[in-house]
Design a binder for this molecule. Structure first.
Ligand SMILES: *Cc1c(COP(=O)(O)O)cnc(C)c1O
Length: 371
């Protein structure tokens, strides 16, 4: 331990293997990669080159600023901006060869002023969520009267509301609605200007019989999240978070540990205080208290529960069951990794693994493996 920083190891070979797994599943369709939210916390500059090297040709980000960063490290790929066509920023889309994902009549109208040679945009169609995109009826009306290619659109996409529940009626209804739109587009746009379609996020890849169309958009599964909750995770873990022990102390039975005395030693205990906290994006809700078992760490090969609240910069862990000789100040404990996968850490922090990833802290010493 030199500067107290926890160590975040990003296994780029696992990231690449996960992309290849999804690419095999999607068959003849192209497999893209969603790298919004700074590559789900891994860093755009870390994730994008590794995925491009694995063979990914199409990337999705949320913000224009993220797209510009992705372009800077991947000159030859397609980059879509999911959150739409930012007002007055045409010059940026053109200069960086970016593709807006148009989601409203207003954005479609604005994209009409594009110069010749602009990259093709995508059209987002909302088939369930009432969040982003044209309503299905609007999209059907548009596609029934105007060839989308004339509007500078080369791809249509929709997003599943609950793809991780493959049998959900909503999921099947979304597939049917999106299919109906494709039939209308095919009738209006001449076949030699075929418009691509994209439906599946990570979990979508695992829906039995799902149509993949021309392009998929996985995010979470690339980074090791389980796209099939409740079943064995088919993806490889990508991140590992280890924090150094800064202090080891004895706490007599009956004494409390941490803010608000939420954990009280039931026996004479040994507590390890490690250098990582909610300021690093580790969920404060992973604290252990009377109403919630909270999180745990792997300490010298043994799983040990947290003791009390997660602090801003520190977590206290009950290491009473770890032999004293096996743990010294400066040793690292595992907060994410092995049995503590991101889905489980999400649950123990009363959130989801996605949020564990996107909150990964700025103070971590980041180490990339492979790639
Ligand atoms: C975030 C996002 C994805 C990726 O979803 P995952 O569940 O992370 O695979 C795909 N499409 C859209 C529109 C998104 O916003």
């Amino acid at each position: 331990m030199d500067d107290h920083a926890a160590r975040l190891t990003v296994d780029l070979a696992a990231l690449q293997a996960n992309w290849l797994t999804l690419d095999r599943l999607s068959g003849a369709a192209e497999t893209g990669a969603v790298v919004k939210a700074d590559g789900y916390g891994l860093g755009i500059e870390t994730a994008v080159p590794a995925l491009a090297k694995a063979g990914c040709r199409t990337f999705f980000v949320a913000h224009l600023s993220e797209a510009i960063r992705a372009r800077a490290v991947a000159p030859d790929v397609a980059v879509y901006v999911l959150n739409g066509f930012a007002d007055g920023r045409m010059a940026d889309y053109l200069a960086h060869r970016l593709r807006p994902v148009l989601g409203s009549a207003r954005e479609i109208a604005a994209w009409r002023s594009r110069p010749a040679g602009a990259e093709p945009a995508a059209l987002h169609v909302d088939t369930a969520m009432n969040r982003l995109g044209l309503r299905l009826e609007e999209a059907l009306a548009l596609a029934g009267t105007t060839p989308l290619a004339d509007l500078g659109i080369g791809l249509t996409m929709t997003h599943f509301a609950s793809a991780e529940e493959p049998e959900a009626a909503d999921t099947l209804a979304q597939i049917a609605r999106f299919g109906a739109l494709q039939a209308v587009i095919q009738a209006t746009d001449s076949p030699n200007r075929a418009i691509g379609a994209s439906l599946c996020n990570s979990s979508g890849h695992f829906i039995p019989g799902v149509p993949f169309f021309q392009l998929t958009r996985p995010g979470y599964a690339l980074y090791g999240g389980n796209p099939t909750p409740g079943m064995r995770n088919p993806m490889k873990p990508v991140i590992r978070l280890e924090a150094p022990v800064v202090q080891l102390l004895h706490v007599p039975a009956g004494e409390a540990v941490g803010y608000n005395a939420r954990w009280v030693a039931r026996r004479d205990s040994r507590i390890a205080t490690v250098s990582c906290g909610y300021a690093d994006g580790f969920p404060r809700n992973a604290g252990n208290g009377p109403d919630h078992p909270g999180g745990s760490a792997i300490v010298a090969g043994r799983e040990c529960g947290f003791a009390g609240n997660v602090s801003m910069d520190l977590i206290t862990i009950d290491v009473t069951d770890v032999p004293e000789r096996d743990l010294r100040p400066g040793d690292f404990v595992t907060l994410i990794g092995d049995a503590l996968d991101i889905d489980r850490v999400g649950r123990s922090g009363r959130t989801i693994g996605y949020e564990i990833l996107t909150n990964l802290g700025k103070r971590y010493r980041r180490v990339a493996l492979g790639g």
